[in-house]
Design a protein. Structure first.
Length: 184
């Protein structure tokens, strides 16, 4: 279908120009509004991100203070001590069979009323140092006799100081482990 324009050419041309101007005006209006909305969203995002970064920085700062506090350093030292104890236990477990025979024999020959306060064992030399208390002098002599008779130990050093008191006698002994008996 053909459209017939009855308007004079100058009016028709003005009408077309007004229509084009209106469309251009609408385009630029929507473009400026879109840019304004976009710019507002960008500014809002920047503001939100800056406040979020400041909040996270403050949380990080607080966490750094907590980590550098004395409680944390105390915890670190406790963990370090625990790790050391675990390594010692693992070392003892590796050497269990070597020393368990000696310790079992020592426990068997120890009289019932003797309390051992210190027991030191040097694996390289086989030296055993022992100190403690006994209720009577006879218990100290009994222990000395048992060590002398045992095949697991040799060269016992028996200071006369061990016999000074008749009751509540303190004692110290040094003797050597017989490695051939332990390895069997």
């Amino acid at each position: 279908m053909k459209i017939i324009n009855l308007l004079p050419k100058s009016v028709s041309r003005e009408l077309q120009l007004e229509l084009i101007a209106s469309q251009i005006l609408n385009f630029w209006t929507w473009l400026v509004l879109s840019m304004a909305v976009f710019f507002t969203l960008i500014l809002g995002s920047v503001f939100y991100l800056r406040t979020e970064i400041q909040r996270i920085d403050s949380v990080i700062f607080e966490q750094k203070e907590v980590l550098s506090s004395s409680n944390t350093k105390e915890l670190e030292s406790r963990v370090s001590a625990l790790n050391t104890q675990i390594k010692n236990i693992q070392n003892l477990q590796k050497q269990h069979y070597y020393w368990s025979e000696m310790l079992t024999e020592l426990a068997n020959i120890l009289p019932g009323d003797v309390r051992v306060d210190f027991l030191g064992v040097d694996r390289t030399t086989g030296l055993v140092e022992m100190a403690g208390y006994a209720r009577s002098r006879e218990s100290v002599l009994q222990f000395w006799s048992n060590v002398k008779k045992s095949e697991y130990f040799r060269d016992i050093n028996f200071p006369l100081k061990n016999l000074e008191r008749a009751t509540d006698a303190s004692f110290t002994f040094t003797f050597y482990v017989n490695p051939e008996e332990i390895k069997q």
